[in-house]
Write a protein that binds this ligand. Structure first.
Ligand code: PEP
Ligand code: MG
Length: 330
């Protein structure tokens, strides 16, 4: 038993028919990196950088951010070099349920339908965004920066995505002019709004990868706030509308030579691993505790059978039918 667990946790996994699937960790702070490595994470599918901005009186400096990103990359450098893994760092997703005292964000204007994520970065706090990008591009050019990737949260229009990419390029130009060593890494975008799902083709043309954030995607597709107890019954990624949104996204990625992963809670449920592989995801990112079980589920999956399961589930029009197709009780 111990031997099997070690074998699963210390190496990257493929499905039963040899298709590689990256099983990565979600991190909230650099301190969460060692436990994720220990649990067998092949990389990082989501490093939430909000912690750098919370519980303090002023925003973090460029060097402070550089240290934090460098630290996480160095924890994963060997692992990623061996299995082509990624360390995906998400630019600050502030606002919504993540308020920041020193930015004096108006709660009404910064709720889930207000200024949050990329909107704040592009419109109101361009200075913070630029500082963060400088730190990220500098880390990308270091000895541990090969696997780093950067992604943008809560994007819902092509204009926003194009502006974010443009900002990255401008920062690189500025660093070059200053003689600072830096590099533009792989870029990606989170798919977590209905707008981004409908535009997934246009998004996939412009970036290297898409990462589906089911926590917000469920909230926005079903118009049910994610932190309201009364809306609990809606927080279900097996809603047929959500499953079709995921399928639309993976198809768009495939048609545009982008890869697609998932970093919402759904990715960490081992009972859904076969379905997610069948839906076309090649990377699943989750909290450390579920990594060994999901890796085992990947090894048990055959992609042809998984695709058949996905087709069956996508044909379902109700939750009840989806659950029956997946043989899930409830
Ligand atoms: C998501 O929305 O699914 C996600 C991974 O991002 P967060 O939970 O940080 O909003
Ligand atoms: Mg989100």
């Amino acid at each position: 038993e111990a031997e099997t667990t070690a074998a699963v946790t210390n190496s990257s996994v493929t499905t039963a028919n040899s298709v590689p699937i990256e099983v990565a960790g979600n991190l909230g702070t650099p301190a969460e990196a060692p436990p994720a490595v220990k649990a067998g994470a092949d990389g990082v599918g989501l490093f939430r950088t909000e912690f750098l901005f919370l519980d303090r009186d002023a925003p973090p400096t460029e060097d402070e951010q550089f240290e934090a990103y460098y630290e996480v990359c160095s924890q994963f450098a060997d692992r990623c070099a061996n299995n082509d893994g990624h360390v995906i760092i998400r630019t600050a997703d502030i606002g919504g349920d993540k308020p920041i005292p020193y930015l004096s964000l108006d709660p009404e204007e910064n709720g889930f339908l207000g200024a949050r994520g990329i909107r704040l970065s592009l419109e109101e706090h361009t200075d913070l965004f630029e500082t963060q990008l400088r730190a990220l591009l500098r880390v990308a050019a270091t000895d541990v920066g090969d696997s780093i990737a950067v992604m943008f949260p809560l994007v819902s229009t092509v204009e926003e995505l194009a502006a974010a990419i443009d900002r990255v390029e401008r920062v690189q130009t500025a660093l070059d002019a200053e003689g600072v060593t830096a590099r533009v890494p792989e870029l990606g975008v989170m798919i977590e709004t209905p707008g981004s799902v409908f535009l997934a083709n246009a998004f996939a043309k412009r970036v290297d990868f898409l990462s589906i954030g089911t926590n917000d995607l469920v909230q926005y597709v079903l118009a049910a706030q994610r932190d309201l107890d009364r809306m609990d019954s809606y927080q279900d990624p097996l809603a047929p509308a959500v499953l079709r949104a995921i399928d639309h996204t993976t198809t768009a990625a495939e048609n545009n030579d982008a890869w697609v992963g998932m970093c919402g809670e759904m990715a960490g449920d081992p009972t859904l691993t076969e379905l997610l592989i069948g839906l076309g995801l090649s990377e699943l990112s989750m909290s450390a505790v579920t990594i060994p079980e999901v890796k085992q589920a990947v090894k048990d999956t055959d992609t042809a059978a998984a695709r058949e399961l996905a087709e069956t589930v996508l044909a379902c029009e109700t939750h009840t039918e989806v659950r029956a197709a997946l043989e899930i009780e409830k």
